[in-house]
Design a protein around this ligand. Structure first.
Ligand code: PLP
Length: 406
């Protein structure tokens, strides 16, 4: 690799020519004119929120996940909150989750007045380690919130076995994993509740939006009430029946997703399979072309999963300054990112729970080395080639030249 001309080119941070002129983002949406039309059509209709498109979108996601129920929320975060509520989490309860996630996963537990307890991740897939979860169980544990990090399903079967033995609810944060499979089953129908996000960087977008899938009718009812003030009945049904009376039976929120947003989601549905396939294609290309790059570890994929590739997180060797590599890749025109600052290291969690760093060595070590390369289904082959060229160029310098590796 160091024999290719690229590998000897001057890095852009040193005044050399960057691989790309513009910045390739790490992720972005991909919308068509037909998607825009679908939205406009709803804007001209009778219902712009909580109308027929919400139910249609819920049915489509339930179909995809293979569940009986899907409940739409105004964001993935609101959906996580709804799931924490439906699971019955409250003050005095503990819920075990991974530190290597977006803070929303743990925050949802806090919203309910319960306590998030972190368990370290496995070093290969960076998903929560079931052995670590087992060690964190107490008589107060009520739920487990695994995260399908980067689109790689967490090791769900051992977690569900633990949950069954101890009477816990598994809330899977699958914000990264729409379209992934675990041991042949689609993500969405495995855990008691599965949460998806439709933020623009995710596989399918409603601008803001989220969904909880479940096979449990009681959980679905609780989720539906929670997203609309704790009111059990549907305004559309009330209107159709000529009814005015309704009851609020729990303290809920306005977490409704609009018909406008659902029309946008529905319109992308037929392309979801192709979008996930395109991400797999890009991941395969990265894997083939970067496996020999010096001082770089590529993401591991367990034999029993089909990855959804929301992210493509690589790890630079611990001996190399990640910040320098990050700056160098940005200078080459790659909109690289880092996923994630471990949740317990955020000032809010440090101040509230007394974390000082060092509690979760695997997640913390990974965090120090991680870089997310651009990964989205709208990327062209040229974009992917630029990523490969820039990573080879930068790693040849940091991992090969300076450290004397071949
Ligand atoms: C995106 C994301 C969320 C939150 O989703 P929003 O729709 O942005 O509220 C939660 N957890 C993870 C792991 C995410 O990546």
């Amino acid at each position: 690799m160091t024999t290719s001309p690229d590998a000897h080119a001057t890095l852009a941070i040193h005044g050399g020519r960057p691989v790309r002129e513009g910045m390739l983002p790490y992720g972005r949406q991909w919308l068509t004119d037909a998607d825009v039309e679908a939205v406009v059509e709803v804007l001209r209709s009778d219902w712009i929120t909580t109308g027929p498109k919400v139910a249609e979108f819920e049915e489509a996601v339930a179909g995809l996940a293979g569940t009986r129920h899907a409940v739409a929320f105004s964001s993935g975060t609101a959906a996580l909150h709804g799931a924490a509520f439906a699971a019955g989490l409250g003050p005095g309860d503990e819920a075990i989750t991974t530190p290597l996630t977006f803070c929303a996963t743990a925050n949802a537990v806090l919203y309910q007045g319960a306590t998030p307890v972190f368990a370290d991740v496995s070093d290969d897939t960076l998903t929560i380690d079931p052995d670590q979860v087992r060690r964190r169980l107490t008589p107060h544990t009520k739920a487990i919130l695994p995260v399908d990090y980067a689109g790689h399903p967490a090791d769900l079967d051992p977690l569900l076995a633990l949950a069954q033995r101890h009477g816990l609810v598994v809330i899977e944060d699958a914000a990264h994993a729409l379209g992934a499979r675990y041991r042949g089953r689609p993500v969405g129908c495995i855990s008691h509740m599965t949460v998806f996000s439709f933020h623009p960087v995710k596989h399918l977008t409603t601008a803001e939006g989220g969904m909880v899938t479940t096979d449990n009718a009681d959980l679905a009812l609780r989720l539906r009430a929670f997203r609309s003030h704790g009111i059990a009945s549907d305004p559309r049904v009330r209107q159709a029946e000529g009814q005015w009376y309704y009851e609020m039976t729990a303290l809920g929120f306005n977490y409704r997703l609009t018909d406008v947003a659902c029309a946008l989601g529905l319109s992308q549905m037929p392309r979801l399979g192709a979008n996930v396939a395109r991400r797999r294609e890009i991941a395969q290309r990265y894997g083939a072309e970067l496996s020999g790059a010096p001082a770089l570890t590529l993401p591991a994929v367990s034999a029993d999963v089909e990855h959804a590739w929301h992210l493509y997180p690589v790890r630079v060797d611990a001996s190399i300054d990640r910040a320098e590599v990050f700056r160098a890749l940005r200078a080459e025109g790659l909109g690289v990112n880092v996923h994630y600052v471990p949740v317990h290291l955020h000032p809010y969690y440090r101040n509230r729970f007394g974390y000082r760093g060092g509690e979760f060595p695997v997640a913390e070590a990974a965090y120090g080395r991680l870089i997310s390369l651009p990964m989205f289904h709208g990327m062209s082959d040229t974009d992917a080639d630029d990523v490969i060229a820039a990573v080879r160029k930068v790693m040849a310098y940091f991992g090969g030249g300076r450290y004397g590796r071949p």
